[in-house]
Design a protein around this ligand. Structure first.
Ligand SMILES: [Zn+2]
Length: 371
């Protein structure tokens, strides 16, 4: 990614805190049958559980009773997972789960350290099939339209918590561009519509982090849906890699990314992706850059931008035609001076009008004597 986000604290975090409590204080100590008293050390969650227990639910009419369905889903999941934990006979694995829970939620360290052991659903299925089934059913439904957290009892995730978080998030993150591509604008505080939050570490592959705000990052639709999808930014279990962490305290500046373009054709008007060789380098971030390029289709998208008749072509023509126009207006500098003026603009505001890529392309055209 070209730049990082600033993390903001928000009430949504309390949902993750409920889950932390369930894991560390309830499920890990599961023995015998579950009863509501086991939740008593977390008064808020205890009260919610009792309230949800009062909601009528008839599985035959689940579609007509969304509230009942969500209430039943949340409470029965707590109970089913409790039972799955109580049935684990392997104490060593139970201890390992403590580390896995902490690691799977330490998104920063997962990105930084490919050796950090993380738990995948596939690993879990192999070790404890029933626990796998129950955890996947629960965590797979905590985010999205069917989430029990959308109930007013939890603060209405979809209609209140997420919209207020979004607004506060973009009040602090004001660049207006998607940091994962640098190409698309992001809808912010002046829009009534929102971008989707991406689960940076895919929630379908890794348990425990589906509502962890540090694993949720707003992203443009191209990055999120068209390119990233369920691709893993950290590689596979057996071949992990480092990845940029969206909320890192330190991230290279855009100007630290050394982007180079080689042109195999002088015919800019009809340039094709195969005529371009694009390289992006940044000292000590090779692995992160490879993962970023792979998951977000960066090579393809930057080349397509240059080959777009309304972009790359125009950037080129605006030097040639712009210079001729400037001369007609009385400009007395050379073409090189004119180009340097334009390059100043693109480099001065790298995120505006694709400046970070436009400047590199124009410099290459100049180097090849195409102006
Ligand atoms: Zn994007």
């Amino acid at each position: 990614m070209l730049f990082n986000y600033t993390y903001i604290t928000h009430d949504i975090e309390k949902l993750q805190e409920y889950l932390d409590f369930l894991f560390t204080d309830v499920w890990l100590f599961a023995e015998g049958d579950f009863d509501a008293e086991k939740l008593k050390k977390n008064q808020e969650l205890y009260d919610i559980y009792l309230e949800l227990d009062k909601v009528d639910f008839d599985p035959e009419n689940a579609k007509k009773n969304e509230k009942g369905k969500s209430a039943y889903f949340f409470n029965s999941s707590i109970e089913k997972i409790y039972k799955a934990f109580a049935d684990i006979n392997d104490d060593t694995f139970k201890l390992e789960l403590i580390d896995y829970y902490s690691n799977n939620n330490n998104i920063e360290e997962i990105c930084k350290n490919p050796k950090l052991p993380v738990l995948t659903y596939d690993d879990l299925k192999f070790k404890e099939a029933n626990l796998h089934k129950e955890l996947k059913a629960f965590y797979g439904n905590l985010y999205g339209s069917g989430s029990p957290f959308n109930l007013a009892d939890f603060g209405s995730l979809k209609t209140k918590l997420l919209p207020t978080h979004y607004k506060e998030f973009f009040s602090s993150n004001k660049r207006g561009k998607c940091p994962f591509c640098g190409i698309r604008d992001l809808k912010g505080i002046h829009h009534t519509k929102k971008e989707a939050y991406d689960h940076y570490i895919p929630k379908g592959n890794y348990p425990f982090n589906s509502i962890n705000l540090k694993n949720l990052a707003p992203m443009c639709n191209d990055c999120n849906s068209s390119y990233k999808g369920t691709k893993s930014i950290i590689g596979t279990t057996t071949n992990r890699n480092k990845a940029f962490y969206p909320y890192a305290n330190s991230h290279p500046a855009i100007t630290d990314f050394k982007i180079t373009i080689d042109l195999k054709s002088n015919n800019i008007q009809n340039i094709e992706p195969n005529d371009l060789v694009l390289k992006i380098e940044c000292a000590e971030y090779d692995e992160e850059i490879e993962a970023w390029k792979r998951v977000f289709g960066i090579d393809e998208r930057y080349k397509a931008l240059i080959c777009n008749e309304s972009e790359g072509n125009v950037w080129f023509n605006m030097i040639v035609d712009g210079y001729n126009n400037a001369i007609a207006q009385g400009y007395s500098g050379s073409k090189k001076d004119f180009l340097n003026m334009k390059l100043f603009d693109t480099k001065h505001t790298p995120l505006s009008s694709y400046g970070f890529i436009k400047s590199v392309f124009l410099e290459k055209c100049d180097e090849l004597g195409l102006f």
